[in-house]
Write a protein that binds this ligand. Structure first.
Ligand SMILES: Nc1ncnc2c1ncn2[C@@H]1O[C@H](COP(=O)(O)OP(=O)(O)OP(=O)(O)O)[C@@H](O)[C@H]1O
Ligand SMILES: [Mg+2]
Length: 239
């Protein structure tokens, strides 16, 4: 069977600035896959090219056996792909409820309400905060809101960019657990994470990026015990 997403020789960047230099990556239905790599190596840019918000130059992006490289974001959303950006992923001055409604402006009111209810069942912490502005939420709750908003369109493939950045260890753990739980709802997860050990501990496979390329890929269980990778990326260097 073909992969849910298969990226081959992808190149792209911002305008004429090339950042991604030929990336091969795939993800199968139901997988949880983590991308790690140093700051500025192109992790966010890679996700943005797939989602149609950074410039696509060349290569192939196959989604469910269709070539979708260079497609517009709204067409990708209609295919069931959702994206939670690394920064500015909620409207701070709007309420939690309004943020969720913004996620599904094209839906009928009953369907929107049903989807909001379903998101709240995954992220119960938001329920008592529905009428509060997003700016008043804790960092962890804000990430829950951003993820909930992405779920309103009923995606089956979620792209997440550093959802645990700047959160307390307790929230980091909670967020990754909730994301993992999305798999029981039929959602495939491709995530970029600085908290590599935490994310890889829930992942099937991992990719390591450097300078806009994949430098290593392996099952997460192997990456977690690889001494060289541990030294550079997993924060366990001893000396
Ligand atoms: N809008 C932009 N226009 C031009 N260059 C950009 C833009 N955004 C990012 N870059 C550059 O692209 C390169 C890759 O950035 P990117 O954000 O993809 O890295 P990253 O791996 O996600 O890093 P981090 O771990 O810090 O989030 C960097 O050199 C960055 O300065
Ligand atoms: Mg980034």
């Amino acid at each position: 069977m073909s992969h849910l997403l298969e990226v081959t020789s992808l190149e792209g960047g911002y305008g004429s600035v090339k950042i991604i230099n030929g990336i091969d990556l795939y993800i199968d239905k139901g997988e949880f896959v983590t991308i790690i790599g140093p700051n500025g190596c192109g992790k966010s840019t890679f996700i943005k090219i797939i989602f149609g918000i950074a410039t696509y130059y060349g290569g192939s992006v196959m989604h469910k056996d269709s070539e979708v490289s260079g497609w517009r974001t709204d067409s990708l959303v209609n295919r069931g792909i959702a994206y939670v950006p690394q920064v500015d992923n909620v409207f701070q001055s709007l309420s939690v409820k309004e943020n969720l409604e913004m996620g599904g402006i094209q839906l009928s009111k009953p369907l929107l309400e049903e989807r909001i209810e379903r998101a709240l069942q995954m992220f119960e912490d938001l329920r008592p905060r529905m009428n509060d502005v997003a700016a008043s939420l804790s960092g962890g709750q804000r990430q829950m809101l951003a993820i909930s908003r992405a779920l309103i369109n009923d995606p089956d493939f979620l792209l997440l960019d550093e959802p645990t950045a700047a959160l307390s260890p307790l929230y980091q753990q909670q967020i990754i657990e909730r994301i993992d739980a999305l798999r029981t709802k039929g959602i495939t997860v491709l995530i970029v994470e600085q908290n590599a050990r935490l994310s890889l501990s829930r992942s099937d496979r991992g990719y390591i990026f450097s300078n806009g390329k994949v430098v290593h890929t392996a099952p997460a269980s192997e990456i977690l015990v690889d001494p060289q990778i541990n030294e550079y990326f997993l924060g366990t260097k001893k000396d």
